[in-house]
Design a protein around this ligand. Structure first.
Ligand code: NAD
Ligand code: DAU
Length: 343
């Protein structure tokens, strides 16, 4: 697909900011980044490209119908990352998950429908919509039923369904990708890998939920970005594509790998109360995207985790600003204001 300008929503978060860097390095697209700057949005993630003439930041929410209608009329494609993304937060307070992930997606879909220019609405979803696997069950396929277990997963599954409905009912050119657990630079330190890494660097206890034997399929974020771009450019309209790292590891194994790499004792591991409704195992069958589009993850865990550890070691000021809370003022302090909410 020939694209000139892409709207990335949620581009100040973990995967969105990696994706914007990836697009600037690997395409000649112009990028508009719409982000609400919730606690998870950090303008510092994109400070190095802030003055790139191909990049434009717009501060606003995907639920703002007037704003997103204006933006959709100016772009060829949307990649919708904007979401509340943390399972534990959804267990304490589900409301923002419904507002952004469900209502926000619907507003964005309606805006996309009103655009004469738009050719692809790519919705970024997750393996969590499929629920949990037993130890010997086959990995999730795109045709599996949606059986979400957390409020977060339920909100993402709901958004997948309304994206599907926009395609079936209104003919909107949509594609959905569902990916497994990402790790890498710029991940907010509420998630297992950055939390463990920072606590280990600081010689603080590492909380492990339950027995630590839950399994996740880990993918290096750059591989996910490459997968998204492949689907955006070559995927078939109306389809769903699983993306994953083909790297199933227990949480304990992940934590012990990080401790060993940092030369810290396993006595830092502290078992804590389990997450309610904690999914036991995720694993993705990625045959469809491999066979149809030729994409596969390239980074093995040993290499990905070592690059991630290096990044957190060399970007101590980045995570210290998050811990202190001062990251939230980064843009205003840098430029004296927030950017205009309109183009
Ligand atoms: P994140 O929490 O790091 O970032 C989310 C971004 O969205 C933030 O910049 C936030 O400010 C922005 N945002 C939140 N609500 C918004 C709203 N109403 N309007 C505009 N912007 C808003 O999330 P992430 O880990 O980068 O995940 C990005 C997407 O990928 C999500 O849709 C998530 O469900 C999906 N996903 C994540 C993973 C993972 O392992 N992190 C795996 C598969 C899929
Ligand atoms: O699978 C994809 C999903 O991965 C994404 O859709 C979500 O947005 C993303 O947050 C992530 O969800 P998880 O719940 O799998 O990620 P998290 O890093 O929160 O937890 C990973 C595993 O580690 C999970 O089994 C819970 C456990 N855990 C987590 C934390 C934060 C711990 O044992 N201790 C912790 O402190």
């Amino acid at each position: 697909m020939d694209l000139k300008r892409v709207l990335v929503t949620g581009g100040c978060g973990f995967i969105g900011s990696n994706f914007i860097h990836y697009l600037l390095e690997n395409t000649d697209y112009e990028i508009i980044n719409l982000d609400a700057l919730t606690y998870a949005g950090n303008t510092e993630n994109l400070v190095d490209i802030d003055r790139d003439p191909r990049y434009r930041f717009v501060h606003g929410r995907i639920e703002d119908a007037d704003l997103v209608t204006g933006l959709c009329s100016r772009v060829d494609a949307i990649v919708n990352f904007a979401a509340e993304s943390h399972v534990d937060r959804s267990i304490s307070h589900a409301d923002p998950f419904i507002t952004t992930n469900v209502l926000g997606t619907q507003v964005l879909l309606d805006a996309a429908r009103s655009s004469e220019r738009l050719r692809c609405f790519l919705h970024i979803s997750t393996d969590e919509v499929y629920g949990s696997l037993g130890p010997s069950e086959a990995p999730f396929k795109e045709s599996d039923p949606l059986l979400p277990n957390s409020p977060y997963a339920a909100s993402k599954a709901s958004s997948d369904l309304i994206v599907r409905a926009a395609s079936k009912t209104h003919g909107l050119p949509v594609i959905i990708t569902r990916c497994s657990n990402n790790y890498g630079p710029y991940q907010f330190p509420e998630k297992l890998i950055p939390l463990t890494l920072i606590n280990a660097l600081e010689r603080r206890p590492l909380p492990v939920y339950g027995d630590g034997e839950n399994i996740r399929d880990w993918i290096y974020v750059k591989d996910h970005c490459e997968g998204i771009l492949t689907v955006l450019e070559h995927g078939r309209e109306g389809e769903i594509y699983n993306l994953g790292g083909e790297c199933e590891l227990t949480n304990l194994r992940v934590v012990k790998t990080i401790l060993a790499a940092l030369n810290r004792p396993e006595s830092l591991i502290t078992f804590v109360r389990d997450r309610p409704g904690h999914d036991r195992r995720y694993a993705m069958d990625i045959d469809k995207v491999r066979q149809e589009l030729g994409w596969r993850p390239k980074t093995d865990f040993a290499s990905g985790i070592s690059q991630t550890i290096d990044w957190y070691r060399t970007h101590e000021s980045w995570w210290r600003r998050i811990i202190s809370g001062s990251y939230r003022d980064y843009y205003r302090l840098q430029y004296g204001r927030y950017p205009e909410a309109v183009l």
